[in-house]
Design a protein around this ligand. Structure first.
Ligand SMILES: [Zn+2]
Length: 565
């Protein structure tokens, strides 16, 4: 690519509405451009990176014999109704109608269509197993798009699906895909962890996430360096930290706590420690209301609640709803006298003489005990904290942020049963097919690589996915000898299949160096004054060393460097 006549620009200033490093650097280097909230253009340089990521994915899918196809993005809504996922996706789904008022959506994911496609092939056990995949845009109407390519509303995804006769077959297919994913992310140069996660809107038996470890990741990961335990904090099991006390049960007291609605305010007012409080939160879970009680210094884990109640939607009740249910202002809810089901966190079970809201504005109860109210369920429904230790080995945990770049699900029979994907076994019985599904967020991979590989000058692409491997910078484009040498290198590098940029723009050398650093090309060859002695300079983006080398050895040197990567 000769820059003078190519679509290419750089921005010196930081992009105004990009709060992440990757969003900013990718925008400044004309790899991407935002068109609207959570929707981006992939510009020529950025699209090269995408194509390189896709190439790695395709090679590894070929290795495990997964066949590539392409599904439509426009899908009749009724297909998602059959599996209950119209509700599960809720407002996250982009809905639209055609001219005859038939309802469609822009597919948020494709389990349903893949199941339907599989049904055309599968008649008997002889037709199984197999895996198929696509690389295609997905659409989700995220409430909050952010972090550049990390949380977007239209995103490029690779999604694969496996089809097997039984659970053992599914386990084998899952392991094949899992190992292929490990290879893919290693080749992409991403530092990642595999964590157990919530099966969420996919449903199914087991789900694991591939998480790129970064500072800005939206997922909170819990990692034990001692035993290797790693989980998304949404599912990380909490141990019970509150020990049983032999404290005597005291008499319950209604106390006035005027305009003290937060735990801090009430604890100051009552001169009681915050650990004596139990919070009561009113939730609307699907269409029912629940009160959830956790110790005052804990937070409710909504993902755990969702799983516990097998619910699709978990939301805090609105202020009006809370007032209606408790008869008091927000901040004074408590379990006594409530007529909605109460869910207790494990931690509350060992507490005695605690403080709760009295369902009466400006009042709390002191010395409340479990005997004072009925409860519906007791479980682990709180968020893990840095006071918790590893649920596996009891050692200290570390907390990291992660970007979910891939996931693998054992779906089991959910989709085959609801969409009628059955096969005849040897005994001529009709048996549902066992399915797995496996995703990779391609734009997210690109963003994760940048988050993990940059410096104050710009991006540092790993060689395998860099948009170009070599950049030739001509210091003075008016100097014929320099241009001849640069063209010689450019033609010969391209001849042996090494993708190369020729920076032949009429710009100062400093501007060109900065631009090549910003866009992160792994190897730079500078053709300047020394060309009169047939000398050029080679520099790697990752290193700070410059090396003078004969023009005629430069190509061998480039090959050497690339071989070593
Ligand atoms: Zn551990």
């Amino acid at each position: 690519m000769k820059l003078k006549t190519s679509y290419f620009y750089t921005l010196r200033e930081n992009a105004k509405d990009e709060e992440s490093i990757s969003g900013n650097l990718l925008t400044r280097s004309s790899m991407i451009k935002k068109t609207s909230s959570g929707v981006y253009m992939y510009l020529p340089l950025g699209y090269k990176v995408i194509k390189n990521i896709e190439k790695i994915i395709r090679e590894e899918m070929e290795e495990i014999d997964a066949g590539e196809l392409l599904m439509p993005a426009l899908v009749p809504e009724e297909i998602y109704q059959a599996t209950g996922r119209k509700e599960a996706f809720g407002n996250d789904m982009f809905n639209l109608k055609d001219r005859s008022d038939k309802k469609y959506c822009l597919a948020p994911t494709h389990e349903e269509l893949f199941t339907i496609a599989a049904a055309s092939k599968v008649k008997s056990y002889k037709d199984l197993p197999f895996s198929i995949y696509q690389i295609q845009d997905k659409f989700r109407d995220e409430a909050r798009s952010r972090y550049g390519l990390i949380r977007v509303r239209e995103f490029l995804m690779k999604d694969a699906y496996s089809f097997d006769m039984d659970e053992k077959g599914l386990n084998d297919s899952y392991n094949n895909m899992y190992n292929a994913y490990k290879k893919i992310f290693t080749r992409l140069g991403i530092n990642y962890k595999i964590v157990k996660s919530d099966t969420g809107a996919m449903g199914g038996l087991l789900s694991e996430e591939f998480q790129a470890i970064t500072d800005i990741g939206e997922d909170k990961l819990v990692i034990c360096d001692h035993c290797g335990y790693a989980a998304n904090s949404e599912v990380a099991k909490c141990s019970v930290l509150t020990l049983k006390t032999d404290e005597e049960i005291k008499i319950r007291e209604l106390v006035k706590t005027p305009s003290a609605g937060t735990i801090k305010e009430v604890s100051n007012f009552l001169e009681e420690d915050e650990s004596k409080f139990v919070k009561t939160l009113i939730y609307k879970i699907d269409d029912k209301y629940y009160a959830v009680l956790v110790k005052g210094d804990n937070e409710v884990n909504e993902a755990k609640l969702k799983r516990l109640l097998k619910a699709s939607e978990v939301n805090l009740a609105s202020q009006d709803e809370v007032e209606e249910i408790t008869g008091a202002k927000v901040g004074f809810a408590g379990p006594i006298g409530l007529d909605i089901p109460i869910i207790l966190d494990n931690e509350v079970m060992n507490m005695k003489n605690f403080i709760v809201g009295a369902n009466k504005t400006d009042y709390h109860y002191k010395n409340v005990n479990l005997e004072d109210f009925n409860y519906y369920l007791v479980d682990d429904v709180r968020c893990i904290t840095n006071k918790d230790c590893c649920p596996n080995c009891g050692e200290e945990l570390t907390f990291k942020n992660g970007i979910e770049i891939g996931n693998t699900f054992k779906l089991g029979l959910k989709y085959s049963e609801s969409l009628g994907l059955y096969y005849l076994n040897k005994e001529n019985e009709n048996i549902p097919v066992w399915m797995g599904c496996y995703g990779i967020g391609i734009g997210r991979c690109m963003a994760a690589v940048v988050e993990q590989n940059h410096d104050d000058k710009g991006i540092i692409w790993p060689v395998e996915i860099a948009p170009f491997k070599v950049a030739i910078v001509v210091v003075n484009t008016l100097d014929e000898a320099q241009m001849d040498a640069a063209n010689y290198l450019y033609e010969n590098l391209r001849k042996i299949g090494i993708s190369t940029i020729l920076d032949d723009r009429d710009e100062r050398a400093g501007v060109k160096f900065n631009d090549m650093d910003l866009i992160g090309i792994p190897i730079r060859i500078t053709v300047g004054n020394k060309i009169k002695d047939q000398i050029v300079e080679i520099k790697q983006r990752r290193k700070n060393e410059f090396e003078d080398i004969s023009l005629y050895d430069a190509i061998l040197k480039v090959e050497d460097i690339l071989d070593g990567e």
